[in-house]
Design a protein around this ligand. Structure first.
Ligand SMILES: NC(=O)c1ccc[n+]([C@@H]2O[C@H](COP(=O)([O-])OP(=O)(O)OC[C@H]3O[C@@H](n4cnc5c(N)ncnc54)[C@H](O)[C@@H]3O)[C@@H](O)[C@H]2O)c1
Length: 313
């Protein structure tokens, strides 16, 4: 039977590319994009769109019934840097939207759910290198606390009510189609834009801050892969660690200099430094590799090439 898919928060950095990829795969009429705002022309022209507030259960239920939705991808959230400024709004959005979707699963109104977690579930007491799937977490940011709680609830709804919810702890995502939406790893996208437009970039993190990152194509491929694998292979129902590369601002600047030799970077750390300092520098993703065959394709070198080629005027 043909699936019918709903993406919530479809106009954001991940939602835009996820929607386009799902439409390629399942046909544009079978993939409904939704958000509280309109997205890029590319996205809006690619298929059906509904205005939907993820915190409004009745509106969500109505759209799910109308389009006979079987699969939901919940991408609406407030990200790490913005969440530190608006803690209660972040908590309300990040948790209530998740409960709404999980309850649709519990009521058997949808068959399958994707909800993204983040490396922000880890905290200052977590071992920083090759951080394991199961380890000390203790997140210290509003965003991280909401993601860790979300993971616990996903696992709970799976065990208690049989909800088929699947999740990935995305690292910082690098993409050229849509700008990032207020995270701590946004610098790794901004830097390419500024390198091309101004030949210089002032980074809000220190030069030696190493963080786990991933090119968007890998993140989308991982998401589709996890959603397609047999239920029995999804052994982690909280959220899977996922890795591709780790680098510092100084290292990304070095890569850019290979293409733009006069590129200059300076450093002016702000409140986001403390968030970055609380996160791991590299991630062990062996569970995802074993359970559903995950393998990253993009490293810093080919990510830089893709970014500069696609953003070039
Ligand atoms: N981008 C990353 O690097 C990254 C890393 C780890 C995890 N994640 C997670 O992936 C998910 C998507 O992230 P993103 O980077 O695409 O975020 P984004 O901020 O770019 O996009 C979020 C989208 O949600 C929409 N939205 C906000 N409030 C809404 C509401 N009440 N109802 C419906 N839509 C609403 C926004 O308009 C926006 O289009 C989030 O859960 C985020 O925490 C992202």
């Amino acid at each position: 039977m043909q699936k019918s898919i709903l993406i919530i928060g479809a106009c954001g950095q991940i939602g835009t590319e996820l929607t386009l990829a799902l439409r390629d795969k399942h046909g544009k009429e079978n993939v409904i994009a939704s958000d509280i705002r309109e997205g890029s022309e590319n996205l809006m022209d690619s298929g059906p769109f509904e205005v939907l507030d993820a915190t409004d259960y009745d509106a969500l239920e109505e759209i799910v019934a109308y389009y006979e939705i079987s699969e939901v991808y919940l991408m609406a959230a407030m990200l790490s840097a913005t969440a530190e400024k608006f803690p209660m709004r972040a908590w309300n959005l990040n948790m209530n939207s998740l409960f709404n979707v999980l309850n649709l699963g519990k009521e058997k109104k949808v068959d399958k759910i994707f909800w993204p977690s983040s490396i922000a579930v880890f905290g200052p007491n977590t071992p920083k290198e090759h951080t394991l799937q199961s380890t000390i977490m203790e997140p210290s940011t509003v965003y991280g606390i909401s993601k860790q709680s979300g993971e616990r609830w996903c696992e709970y709804y799976h065990h208690k009510f049989g909800v088929d919810v699947r999740s990935i702890r995305y690292p910082g995502l690098i993409s050229w189609k849509t700008m990032p939406g207020g995270g701590t790893t946004d610098y790794a996208v901004e830097i390419y834009h500024k390198a091309l437009s101004e030949g210089t970039y002032t980074c809000f993190l220190k030069e030696d801050t190493e963080l786990p990152m991933m090119f968007m194509d890998d993140a989308i491929r991982a998401t589709l892969q996890l959603m397609e694998v047999d239920k029995e292979n999804v052994k982690v129902r909280a959220s899977y660690n996922l890795a591709a590369m780790s680098f510092t601002p100084a290292q990304i600047a070095e890569q850019i200099k290979k293409h733009i030799k006069d590129f200059k970077i300076s450093y002016k750390p702000d409140f986001r430094q403390a968030i970055a300092d609380s996160w791991p520098s590299s991630i062990d993703d062996s569970k995802a590799r074993t359970d559903w065959g995950w393998q990253a394709r993009f490293d810093l070198e080919n990510t830089t090439k893709e970014m500069l080629e696609n953003l070039a005027p």
